[in-house]
Design a binder for this molecule. Sequence first.
Ligand code: C2O
Ligand code: CU
Ligand code: CU
Length: 519
Amino acid sequence: MKRRTLLGALAAAAGVAVPFAGGWRGSTSTGLLLPSRRPLPPPFAVPLPIPPVLRPVRTDADGEHYEVVQRVARAEILPGVATEIWGYNGSFPGPTIVSRSGRPIVVRHRNELPVPTVAHLHGGRTPAASDGYPTDLLLPAGGGGDHAAHMPGMFDEHAVIRTGEREYRYPMRQPAGTLWYHDHRMDFTGPSVWRGLAGFHLVTDAAEDEVPLPRGGRDLPLMLVDRSFGPDGELLYPSLDPALVRPGVRDGFGAGVLGDVILVNGAPWPVAEVDGARYRLRLLNASNACRYRLVLDPPPPGGGGFVQVGADGGLLERPVRHDAVELAPAQRFDVVVDFGRYRTGQEVTVLNAFGAGGTARVMRFRVVRAAADDTAVPATLPGEPGLTAGLAAGRGVPARTMRFRHDVIGGRPGWTVNGVPFAPDAVHARVGRGAVEVWRLTSDFHHPVHLHGATFRVLARSNSGPGAYDAGWRDTLDLRPAEQATIVARFGEEPGRYVMHCHNLEHEDMAMMGNVVVT
Ligand code: C2O
Ligand code: CU
Ligand code: CU
């Protein structure tokens, strides 16, 4: 395979150059807009859905057992129109799993879709065998041909392939936090997630119980995605092969697929009626490539409408007030918004300052009644304290550099890490169990860099300290064009091979992924 850096190097040199035909939406997201081909629904007309919480089917010595069936279903996403989706238990988002720190769970997935799948718990501290390695395929229960034959050059002798059903075992040895699960099949994560294979997984713990944060009906998981719809309400996606047997997207979309309709929990620009009280909003950007900058319109008197209490890896050590929140794909921000700072009857719209037209708005809250509120955001929170670079081997000197950039792979445009396209046997790093390492990450365009099997803190961005949105433990970094970030990562205790990758799902599918082997 011939690998040259051509467009990547040119683009990096030019700053925000746009090397592909069609034009990427330049400064805020790296990707190309796929316009819908039907009139879009009016905003703020559909009530905000909350995904159902999945009940365990039984509990035994191995923990709580859950069952999920991945299947084709029809959903009313646009009012009055049926849209075919791929859903966990036939719903999009999938059901929410709520688990308790320290209590293991077992999730049995059954694949009734026409293609292989891989379930990954994003943010889970999971042994490699259950982490959803991209070639550990779950083949369709109904038979779906020999998909391994359709993975040219990607035969993986270590892959664990099952047919129909398999169990994923999650020890849940991790603090309270907002996780999510989604498909992770090699080369096809983008189209599979776009079709609906994503859901929340929330972890609770005793330390969080002690904090008087909003809960119950005032604790809202909010999954943000952008999608585009065809003439009959079908989800559009620019796959070369709609059957998802051969990988790839049409020219230009390799930079990322951007939609023109924002869905929150699967509903277009929904509206939620709220009490005049504090709410915990668990924001998840589950988009393929879209970045968001969320603001409240109007802001509450005095500003600081978003009080961030958590990030990817759980609660912060202390809250951070924001007027806006920026989320790259796969990132989570837990924020508290106090609707008691608004008048009863007031409408509060969540706008996306990175969007344009329809993508410039996200959802609306309508403050419908005054209400008692005994919640609070204390000045200190039980988040795990940060790591300092001094704790790392080499005392802050980066142990490794990972360069995320555009590349040419076998004569086709693609994306690589350190010039090496993903292959199951291409190892980007070997680290010791529980190791603490400082890494330097560099980019040409936007690359939301995600590490499996590790959590990290941001130490620096280019020549300054961490950014306004870097607080807390993260598993995904919003790496911006021509940026250099320094992180200190703590790797898990479980040996095995894990992936790290760009969470722009088109970049991921086009080889921007590497192996980190924990030894
Ligand atoms: Cu959201 Cu490799 O993961
Ligand atoms: Cu992940
Ligand atoms: Cu990328």
